[in-house]
Structure formats: C-alpha cells, structure tokens
Design a binder for this molecule. Structure first.
Ligand SMILES: [Zn+2]
Ligand SMILES: [Zn+2]
Length: 384
C-alpha cells in the first residue's frame, strides 16, 4: 500500500503553520481515541499513521526534508531513526496505553503533567466488600451457618444494569467527544475541566433509567447465608465470589470477603489447633492427688487424674479434645494446666491446723529446702 501524504493524513494544507498542524493532530487523536473506537478496527492503524505524520511535521528539520523529498526522505536509513516514538505501537494490546502516552505528550503541558482523559470510566467491575464477622470459639469448633445483611449495590433490575431506559446502549458524549474532559481558553491558559454533560464518564445515556437514575445499579440490603467452616481462626477470610458490589453499567460484580474474628473464650485459650485450659486446684488436692472434672469445647466433660504432689504449671494432655483443622486433617489436643491455689481468708482454726501441719512437714517441700540451701551456700561464699 502506498504511503499517504502526511498533510493529507492530518487534513491540513501544505504550508500549514506549526499551530495548525498541532491542532489538526489533536483533533485526529481525539477522533481516534481507543475508547470511542471499540468498533473501528482501523483506528489503531489510522492513529499510527497520524502520529507518524505529526512526528515529522512538528519537527522543523524533518518537515523541511519531507517537503523536499517526500517519504523518500526517511527511507533507507536516513532521516532520524525510523518511525515516530521509536515505533512503540507494535503490540496490539498496547494501543490504548501507547495512545495515552501520546496524549500526555500532547496535552500534558496544559495540565501540569496530569494525565489527560483520566477518571473516565465505563462498564467496570464492582468493588470488593469486606464484612467483619465475629464468631464464638464454639462456632469455630463446630462450624456454623450464618445469615448476614450486606448493604450493597446491585444491578438495577429495570434496565439490567445498563442505566438506560429500555436497556439502550450509552452513546459517546457529544460535549467532550468521549474524553470526559473539556478544555477552555482562559487568558494564556488552557484549563481542563471534567465534562459537565457526562460528569467525566465520556458517555451519556439518552434516556436514563427511572429506577436508578442512569447509574445502572441501586442500593439494596441483601440477606446472605454464609457457611462458616469448622476450624476457622481469627484472620481467616472466606471469599464469596460475585457477592460484592454490582459493577457499573453492566460490569461484573466484585467479591465479598468475610473476615473472621474468633472471640476470646472465658475458659479456653487457643493456639491454632490446640486448646489450653488453666484449672485451679487446692493445695490439699494437689498434694493428695485425685480426679478432677474439666470442661471440653464440645460442651462435654472429661475426668482427669491429678497425680499426688502436683505443682503449679503441671500440664496434662487430653488427646483429640482440641480444635479441628480448617481444611480437613486431624483434631488438636487440649492441655490442662494446674494452678495450685493458696487458701485465703483463713479462720483461726484453719491457721492453727496449718501451723501444726507446717511444723510436721519440714521435709515435704523439696524445692523450698533446695532453694534455701543454695542461698546459704551463696552467702557463705560472699563472706569468703
Ligand atoms: Zn462529556
Ligand atoms: Zn436502571
């Protein structure tokens, strides 16, 4: 295919001024913007062509060469490095991003580097939602079914989410040609504003849907049944695909994430799959030994043998009485930890008995005895 004349490509006369060339290219660029050319397969090629033409004609030196030799000026390794912008448009998928790079070059100087056409949105995916759910340890043990009310926006039923009455397709905004922004001259400056007609969307709906005022979605509280699997922990996330906010104008819905927080339990402490339970025992019980009854997370009870002479901190393991693993696997254990309690608020009779007991039990507290014999050695050595 023969190369078209650069002036013809941009639609300007030979001898057009630098300003006229720039203006013509901007007009072309807007026309060929990928957002408003989804149904024009030639837009990319046309834009490349226009960009190439502009790249030459904006440059006084290249322009002079072109005016003299035509396309031959840039063939056969002459004329400054091949295509414009290093030929950045090779990948089909990069057209839009390459385009916006060029757009920044074109219009960026008017906006202090702010990206032209930014903030436009069309059909887009809805937001993900987060829902914090507190469950009891018992619920985490058994798993449970919960119903939650999620305030969310859902696709409007009247317009099937399109925002247009009767489901008509939105059209490119005539005020801003789909750019979402308009520019106005103010003195020496060109200022850019969000398009007042389409509020920056770049599209308008001829007959907005009455139910959703053209938004394509409506606020609604939905009841959702959530299955909380056994074994959840604080920090467990449950993803409900497609249960988040509805997309705008027919875009897909986001996801809903349930963030689990397992409440503290009054009796049990949890460490992943294991449970810990501190059980106080009297001095006499710890000394004599015997059986105690302890609660289990399933609501039952287990009898545990306390050996005679148990100290505070003594642990006993109840196998398989802990928490289930979230995704199958075994069940953890429960650990009983004894806390020997010193009796308080003694009557004079009790004090009397204890004193009598203490006098008889000099050899019954091996740790105490051991400690004070070490202390004695320490003092003796300090004295030298
Ligand atoms: Zn507009
Ligand atoms: Zn609607």
């Amino acid at each position: 295919m023969a190369k078209r004349d650069y002036y013809e490509v941009l639609g300007v006369a030979r001898g057009a001024s630098e300003q006229e060339i720039k203006k013509a290219f901007r007009r072309k660029a807007r026309e060929l913007h990928p957002d408003s050319n989804s149904d024009n397969p030639d837009a990319e090629a046309q834009f490349k062509e226009a960009n190439e033409a502009y790249d030459v004609l904006k440059d006084a030196e290249k322009k002079a060469a072109y005016d003299r030799f035509g396309h031959a000026a840039f063939e056969g390794g002459m004329g400054g490095g091949g295509g414009p912008r290093g030929g950045g448009f090779h990948q089909q998928g990069d057209f839009a991003s390459a385009f916006s790079d060029v757009f920044d070059d074109l219009f960026g100087d008017f906006m202090g580097g702010q990206r032209a056409g930014g903030g436009r949105q069309r059909a887009s995916r809805g937001s993900d939602l987060r829902y914090n759910m507190r469950v009891t340890l018992e619920e985490a043990f058994t798993g449970s079914q919960k119903t939650i009310d999620v305030p969310t926006s859902v696709a409007c039923a009247s317009c099937s989410g399109s925002g247009a009455e009767g489901g008509a397709e939105p059209v490119s905004c005539p005020t801003c040609s789909g750019m979402g922004k308009v520019r106005a001259q103010q003195g020496f400056f060109t200022v850019e504003r969000t398009c007042p007609t389409c509020n920056g969307l770049g599209q308008i709906i001829k007959n907005p849907c009455q139910s959703c005022h053209g938004q394509g979605r409506v606020e609604k509280e939905r009841s959702l049944s959530v299955n909380i699997p056994a074994g959840v922990e604080t920090g467990t996330r449950i993803r409900l695909a497609g249960e988040g906010d509805a997309g705008t104008r027919g875009g897909p819905s986001g996801d809903l994430y349930i963030f689990i927080e397992v409440a503290e339990h009054s009796i049990f402490k949890r460490d992943s799959q294991n449970l810990f339970c501190q059980v106080p025992v009297s001095v006499a019980s710890a000394a004599l030994g015997g059986e105690i009854e302890v609660p289990t997370i399933d609501g039952g009870r287990s009898r545990v043998k306390v050996p005679a002479g148990s100290q505070t901190g003594k642990q006993m393991r109840l196998r398989g009485k802990g928490m289930p693993a979230l995704r199958g696997g075994g069940i953890g254990d429960m650990f009983i930890e004894l806390v020997v309690e010193t009796p308080v608020n003694l009557t004079s009779r009790q004090k009397e008995l204890l004193r009598e007991f203490d006098e008889l039990s000099a050899e019954n507290n091996p740790r105490t005895h051991n400690f004070f014999s070490k202390v004695k050695t320490f003092w003796d050595e300090m004295k030298g």
